[in-house]
Ligand binder design. Structure first.
Ligand SMILES: [Zn+2]
Length: 448
């Protein structure tokens, strides 16, 4: 081939440079875990952005602090801060961007380690956010720093961002930055999101989401004479019965070509997120009885996850058709259907430059075959795709996905080193345009 992947001697240099930074990588990860950026409500964003800014300025990056003012959750008490660091090379070339979210979810119970202690034990670093995704952020920083130290005269530009609110939809983070043009294809060409997906796997995208609320209406009456009213809970029961009879089997039959993991999610799914009907729950401590009333309202929130093969319109119509079937059979049944939130499925083609580069990097760094996966749930790639219109984006990073949001979350130090090597090799490939050429040469087909 005219353009080979990054030369083996360059890779050996990079691997040595990263291995030599092991203690620094551990300390960096511990420091990040010790800033308890719990979201909601979005604590200590400014602190972690300041920390990242100081660190990356020292390594020669130009740093911007950006507050997503007015986005959901943004307030004087909980400002939505983001940081973007950019290092220009000495000649034109593409920009490779590593995007990590800085927020973590609440700790929950069941921890045997201090959730914000960053304890090192048995080759692992423990803490909330260790794998999701401060370990990935730290690995990408060390990969970029090692690369820039070896070859400050690289082409193009390297960017690293730490962004807010991924755990709550990313509206004060990547979505807002994309609206400001920070993820436009003119500015950034390749994006790697170091989410914890295991070091040998490349995540091409995610399924779509539609959240909706269904409200069933009835008529209030005395509970001793329910025939004088119309029970909204019974109507909702009929909706659930129809879902069991027709919708859930239909969803299970819709298998996808997307390589979604785990296998149970390689189809359409729906969760009934909540259901409420009748009188409100009494205040805690209230010792009285409820009154005898026929419920005049019941509501249900559904969480439908859909496939790249399904148009959003079809997903919506499937539910509405079900409600219409119930209506045809039940005199008096009236309903409202309201869509609450919609995210389109996204999947980067397997022959895209960033996929090709990371595949080659995994083979070279880990001597194993990379596996393509698609995430059952969404992450910030949705905004980079739909708002930024930037398609060459994947998630790749250290850590075991199942540990995310769990007690005693950890990231393996060897895994971080390995994935830092993969990220650095891919960076070298992409900055020099090798993967771009290979991707173009295959003419739309994957090549190994
Ligand atoms: Zn995450």
């Amino acid at each position: 081939m005219a353009h080979a992947a990054a030369a083996p001697d360059r890779q050996a240099q990079l691997a040595r440079e990263i291995a030599a930074r092991r203690d620094d990588l551990v300390a960096l990860t511990q420091d990040l875990i010790r800033i308890p950026t719990i979201n909601p409500p979005g604590e200590f964003y400014r602190d972690i952005c300041d920390y990242l800014a100081r660190r990356l300025e020292k390594s020669g990056f130009a740093v911007k602090m950006l507050r997503a003012e007015g986005t959901p959750g943004d307030s004087e008490r909980h400002p939505r801060w983001n940081v973007i660091a950019r290092k220009e090379g000495d000649r034109p070339g593409p920009c490779v961007h590593f995007n990590s979210h800085i927020d973590v979810v609440e700790t929950g119970s069941g921890w045997t380690f201090d959730p914000f202690g960053g304890t090192v034990s048995d080759g692992k670093i423990y803490g909330r956010g260790a794998c999701d995704m401060k370990g990935g952020l730290a690995a990408s920083i060390v990969a970029a720093e090692a690369y820039a130290a070896l070859w400050p005269d690289h082409p193009g530009a390297i960017e690293i961002s730490g962004t807010a609110d991924e755990e709550t939809g990313g509206y004060g983070g990547v979505a807002w930055l994309a609206e400001q043009g920070y993820f436009s294809p003119e500015r950034v060409q390749h994006v790697i999101i170091p989410e914890p997906l295991n070091k040998d796997r490349i995540c091409l995208g995610h399924r779509g989401v539609m959240w909706a609320e269904i409200r069933a209406h009835g008529r209030i009456a005395h509970g001793s004479m329910p025939f004088l009213g119309d029970c909204a809970v019974r109507h909702m029961g009929a909706v659930i019965a129809e879902m069991e009879a027709s919708l859930f089997p239909a969803l299970a039959a819709k298998r996808t070509a997307m390589p979604v993991v785990p296998d149970g999610a390689r189809q359409s799914t729906m969760n009934i997120n909540s259901i409420h009907g009748g009188q409100a729950e009494p205040e805690p401590g209230f010792t009285g009885f409820p009154s005898a009333c026929v419920p005049d309202q019941a509501r249900m929130v559904i969480d439908r996850r859909y496939l790249i093969e399904e148009p959003a319109e079809e997903v919506r119509e499937e539910i509405v058709a079900l409600l219409e079937r119930v209506k045809a059979e039940r005199p008096g049944f009236r309903y409202d259907f309201e869509e609450l939130w919609q995210v389109s499925p996204t999947m980067t083609p397997a022959d895209s430059p960033v996929v090709v580069a990371v595949e080659r990097a995994i083979r070279a760094a880990l001597a194993c075959e990379p596996v393509h996966v698609v995430s059952p749930g969404t992450y910030d790639q949705k905004h980079i795709d739909s708002i930024g219109r930037l398609k060459d984006c994947i998630a790749y990073g250290p850590g075991i996905l199942d540990l995310a949001h769990q007690p005693d979350e950890y990231v393996g130090i060897d895994d971080m080193i390995d994935s830092a090597k993969v990220m650095a090799f891919a960076l070298d490939d992409l900055l020099h345009g090798h993967a771009q050429d290979a991707s173009a040469l295959t003419g739309g087909k994957e090549q190994t």
